[in-house]
Each structure stands twice: as C-alpha cells, then as structure tokens.
Design a binder for this molecule. Sequence first.
Ligand code: DQA
Length: 144
Amino acid sequence: MHLLVLQGPNLNMLGQREPTIYGSTTLADIHSAMSERASAAGIELSFVQSNHEGVLVDTLHAHYGNIQGIIINPGALTHYGLSLRDGLALMDVPIIEVHLSNVYARETFRHHSVVAAIAQGQISGLGWHGYLYAIDWFDQRKQA
Ligand code: DQA
C-alpha cells in the first residue's frame, strides 16, 4: 500500500510557527515518526509540502492511479481551497484529513472544511499524533 502525505501552506514552519497552537515538533520530525509507523505496517509513504495550491493539485495528478490513499493537512486551504478539494475528489481513493489543532475550538472561519465532505474522516486537535492515527486507520483497513 502506497499513501500520499500532503502538507499545505505554512506547515513547513512547524516548530517555529505559533508553537502554543501547533506544538514544537517540526515537520521533519513528524514525517520521520510517520515513516517509522508506516514501515512497521508495511506501508509506503510519499511526502509533499507546498505553500502553493497549484503545486498540491499537480502533485495529486502526478500520483493519479498510483496510490491507495491520501493523508492531508490542507492548512488554511481547508477552509476555501476548492481547486485542491476537486483535485482530491478526482483521485477516488480514501482521504483522511488531519489538523494539529482543534479547528472547531478556534475562529469561526476554521469551522468549515471544503475537504471534509469528500474525506473518509477527519482528525482534529490531537496534535502531530493525529498523523499516526491516520496511518493506523489505513493499516487496519488493509488488514480487514
Ligand atoms: C491547521 C488548521 C488550519 O486552520 C490552519 O490554517 C493551518 C493548520 C491545523 O493543522 O490545525 O494551517 O490545518
């Protein structure tokens, strides 16, 4: 099983970015913890972070037909990124949406996700461990 891990705008700054909200763990640390979890489960991961919606859409197209699932934190594109949402929808694979913070406990503009309705599920507010739980979901699904 091969999963695409997509990270949206500003997530490259994790560790320095508003640590009281997003924690002090860097994106590299998160990706290395994910790699460890995935390799133990026999799952292959490809990681892409971009601050540009079009790059994220191009990345989806480049992986069309070659992946079995997507783990995505769309960053602020969660709330308005319709090109990204449509790109995700055309992939026709299960999508898990991850947010480090609990978006529902924050500003109202964060309460709506344009991705949520096409995702299998959403993990919000569990910090970087949410990414590991997303891998666990794909792992248990693979075994079922
Ligand atoms: C985020 C929440 C979004 O509202 C915000 O724009 C982000 C990060 C999260 O992981 O909590 O960039 O997706």
